[in-house]
Design a protein around this ligand. Structure first.
Ligand SMILES: [Zn+2]
Length: 217
């Protein structure tokens, strides 16, 4: 069985970077990376700052642990598995409790097209998945529904999920959405932000396909 040392290092690096940049804190959030046999995911119940590559957990596509990590997978592994099964182009998933996007998740509304970079998630809005208890199939089902044709969604009263073709892209989308969420909250302090039209957003999405890294599938 493959050892995936490089992949474990990359996953661990990203998990620590998410923590150090304030997108996660304590032991919150989790991230994963597809492998041939299933996926590597950060473990449960350990502070992000203490993560090391050796304890990254590998699960198969039924959620069974298939490597020798002494720890269990993050309790939120189920929606990672379901996202990989839903879309073969997804190779990395990042889940965060980042402060601004999480604040917006408590309003339980899609993030609308108040800024053209909303298209970074692949559509004219960023949906909000309905609330359900963490770690449940119900929550995973709600996330998959909100992620249809998208690379990201908020999770009501919880946080943010991004999924992309590689770990760096998933990280960059997380960073962009957290920034957009901060801008949205700031703009709302002044007035209700002006919304771009569907036509405007179609133009942006077209442009992303042609000229930008964000158009990659
Ligand atoms: Zn969570």
């Amino acid at each position: 069985m493959a050892n995936y040392l490089k992949e474990k290092e990359r996953l661990c690096d990203v998990a620590i970077r998410l923590n150090n940049n304030g997108f996660n804190h304590g032991a919150t959030g989790n991230c994963s990376l597809r492998t041939k046999e299933g996926f590597l995911i950060t473990p449960s119940g350990i502070a992000n700052r203490n993560l090391i590559p050796e304890i990254m957990v590998e699960l198969d596509m039924h959620g069974k642990k298939i490597n020798t990590s002494p720890l269990n997978a993050s309790s939120e592994w189920l929606f990672h598995k379901d996202l990989y099964r839903m879309n073969k182009n997804i190779n990395a998933v990042i889940h965060t409790h980042c402060p601004y996007a999480t604040a917006l998740s408590t309003i339980d509304k899609a993030l609308n097209s108040f800024h053209y970079m909303i298209a970074v998630a692949g559509g004219k809005d960023i949906r909000c998945a309905k609330y359900a208890l963490f770690g449940t199939q119900e929550l995973s089902d709600n996330i998959l529904e909100a992620m249809r044709d998208r690379k990201a969604c908020l999770i009501a009263n919880h946080g943010l999920v991004t999924a992309a073709e590689d770990l760096e892209t998933a990280y960059d989308i997380t960073e962009e959405i957290e920034h957009l969420s901060m801008v949205y909250i700031n703009a709302q302090k002044i007035s209700e932000p002006k919304i771009l039209s569907d036509d405007d957003m179609v133009d942006v999405l077209d442009r992303f396909q042609t000229y930008s890294r964000w158009g990659k599938d």
